[in-house]
Design a protein around this ligand. Structure first.
Ligand SMILES: [Zn+2]
Length: 305
């Protein structure tokens, strides 16, 4: 759950207002509850955000038919198009096959960028330097036909190394293979909501699914406000943001609602190319450890609740 520090910084920042806060689903431990909370209003200062979508072609390929995967992709493309967004999707190499390629191709054909999200989605902390090199290179080879610009990499689970030596080794491998790491600023554990959403739909419980979807969108708004507040309070100003979502059913059905909220808050959608030129992405990152963190937390030395 969000800690006291969050509320202090929240109310100390006059541009951020949170009313009627009583959300059923919160970070870490709450996604399993489906009680509807009172209406939540989250206000942010207008900022800029790049949309990144992990686990292309689509999540849980063992449980998702190619037709469903393509349908989710098409729905997400439509939501992005509505707002003129050029997104970057990060693909898992071993999940690219003749059945899933139409979804990946549709994403690329819509003008979005495809990046590398490893071969088998391992925790980097479990890999040797050579295994990390192989994981990155194999996916690079399979992605050749879809990459015609900068090469972008996203660490699975956002875990970039548990020691300074491991972080340096990964940085060197990425440099050697011509990749730039793309951290996120708005981290959110949104995948938990998808699991509950799918379970509710499978049970035929449309009311529960709708509640989970509302809680999902509210959760994402709160995480956005949290990280913006953290940047303003502790980095001396807001940053250009990078949002992480996944290519999954809940985003197929509800990413559009979230994007409309950003729009209504006065945010501007930018590309990853543009976002990562913000100085926050080249500031020293003193965090070495097992957690996957926002870039804002990394430059502050660790996780903030
Ligand atoms: Zn992933």
């Amino acid at each position: 759950m969000l800690g006291l520090k969050f509320f202090r910084s929240f109310f100390a920042t006059s541009s951020l207002v949170l009313a009627g806060f009583a959300l059923a689903a919160c970070n870490e431990d709450g996604a399993g509850q489906v009680q509807a909370g009172p209406a939540v209003t989250v206000l942010t200062t207008p900022s800029r955000v790049a949309i990144t979508i992990d686990d292309l072609p689509y999540v849980m390929p063992s449980k998702t038919s190619p037709e469903e995967g393509l349908r989710y992709t098409t729905q997400i493309i439509a939501a992005l198009q509505e707002h003129g967004i050029v997104a970057t999707g990060f693909a898992v190499g071993q999940q690219i096959n003749p059945q899933s390629i139409p979804a990946l191709q549709a994403f690329a054909d819509a003008g979005h960028t495809i990046g590398n999200h490893s071969w088998s989605h391992p925790d980097y902390g479990t890999l040797t330097r050579d295994e990390f090199h192989d994981e990155t290179r194999w996916t690079d080879e399979i992605l050749q036909q879809w990459i015609d610009g900068p090469r972008y990499y996203r660490f699975p689970f956002l875990r970039e190394g548990e020691t300074e030596a491991a972080k340096t080794a990964a940085t060197r491998v990425l440099e050697e293979l011509g990749y730039q790491n793309v951290p996120v600023t708005i981290d959110n554990d949104e995948w938990q909501f998808n699991a509950d959403y799918l379970a509710a739909l499978e049970d035929g419980d449309e009311a529960a699914a709708a509640t989970i979807a509302r809680n999902y969108v509210a959760h994402m708004q709160i995480r956005t406000a949290f990280f913006q507040s953290l940047a303003i309070d502790e980095l001396g100003g807001d940053v250009d943001h990078v949002l992480l979502v996944h290519l999954n059913r809940i985003n197929a059905d509800h990413l559009g609602t979230l994007l409309e909220w950003y729009d209504a808050q006065g945010w501007t959608f930018i590309s990853v190319d543009e976002a990562i030129t913000h100085p926050v992405f080249s500031r020293p990152d003193p965090y070495a450890g097992p957690r996957g963190l926002s870039q804002i937390e990394r430059v502050l030395g660790g996780k903030r609740d």
